[in-house]
Design a protein around this ligand. Structure first.
Ligand SMILES: Nc1ncnc2c1ncn2[C@@H]1O[C@H](COP(=O)(O)OP(=O)(O)OP(=O)(O)O)[C@@H](O)[C@H]1O
Ligand SMILES: [Mg+2]
Length: 290
């Protein structure tokens, strides 16, 4: 037995893997930020609709556990949430709602303390369920702001991580702190940065450069410039109306930026066919909980 094989057995033993690993057929993106309120939920919802309009089947998972609000922004009333799935053992399918243009939404369950600290077994079963989703091309996970065990474990079964910041120094500093923790856990694969609420393309670029330079210098982590969304009063107006700005104001500056992001994401997706096996996920989970 070679060393790698022994290591695999050890991981298996520790995790008691019985199921055969599900085949990967879905791309999972976690959307995270350092500071709260920088626009994650709005990006997730509007990007999901834009992707769905481009023929992809999209599922949003509201993983801002305890403070979930994807359903609020969409004006939906969930009957069951991720809470009922994880704590009450309800089937996942029962909790999934259908939103505008057929996007699917798994609501998170608000104000529930137990959700803010799931254990490793609960994350393991989530990872298995999510990677095995049928009839879904892309999953967007809206995570809570800042660093938590939950964020780290959602990242373990994501293929890509999208960080969101706005141009404010406080948001940039907080984003850096999250990247630093990810680097400590060796989870900093391929971080894409979106600069939200920027005044222009140039200023978004400057914000990207600032964060990328610091991450590269101090953490040896290079970020990918994934684009920007302009600051646009239509966003807040749509939130007040509980409708996605992409549908309410399709010609707004913010909607045009969403179009660019959606095209870019699909282009990048088609270029790289990544395969994440459930075993890779288990190994990463061990780093977080181990
Ligand atoms: N591009 C934008 N232009 C103008 N305002 C924006 C933009 N994006 C977000 N906002 C404002 O920021 C508010 C917060 O956005 P959102 O709820 O999406 O942030 P979040 O990162 O999900 O917050 P939390 O960390 O609390 O989950 C919105 O209600 C809106 O008023
Ligand atoms: Mg949010």
């Amino acid at each position: 037995m070679d060393q790698a094989e022994r290591l695999r057995d050890l991981v298996k033993e520790k995790l008691n893997i019985s199921k055969t690993p599900p085949k990967h057929n879905v791309d999972i993106y976690s959307i995270a930020s350092g500071k709260g309120g920088v626009g994650k939920t709005n990006i997730v919802i509007n990007l999901a609709i834009a992707l769905q309009q481009r023929g992809k089947k999209v599922l949003i998972i509201d993983a801002d556990l305890g403070l979930a609000n994807v359903d609020v922004i969409l004006g939906l009333l969930p009957k069951y949430t991720l809470y009922d799935v994880l704590v009450r053992g309800r089937p996942l399918e029962e909790a999934i709602l259908t939103g505008p243009h057929g996007i699917k939404i798994l609501p998170g369950g608000s104000g529930v303390m137990e959700l803010a600290n799931l254990d490793m077994d609960q994350h393991k079963s989530l990872a298995e369920d999510f990677l095995a989703f049928k009839d879904i091309d892309i999953i967007l996970i809206d995570t809570g702001a800042g660093i938590s065990k939950n964020l780290l474990s959602f990242i373990t079964f994501s293929h890509e991580l999208i960080m969101v910041t706005n141009p404010e120094p406080t948001a940039i500093t907080d984003a850096y702190s999250v990247i630093k923790v990810l680097a400590q856990f060796k989870l900093e694969r391929n971080i894409k940065l979106i600069v939200n609420r920027s005044s222009s393309q140039e200023s978004a670029k400057a914000t990207f450069e600032k964060l990328n330079k610091t991450s590269d210098n101090f953490l040896q982590v290079k970020l990918e410039d994934f684009g920007y969304i302009l600051d646009d009063t239509k966003v807040a107006q749509a939130v007040m109306a509980q409708e996605p700005f992409y549908l309410l104001y399709p010609n707004s500056n913010a909607s045009k930026c969403i179009d660019q992001l959606a095209d870019k994401l699909i282009g990048a997706r088609e270029k790289s066919r990544r395969l994440t096996s459930i075993k890779d996920v288990y190994k990463r989970l061990l780093k977080v909980f181990g």
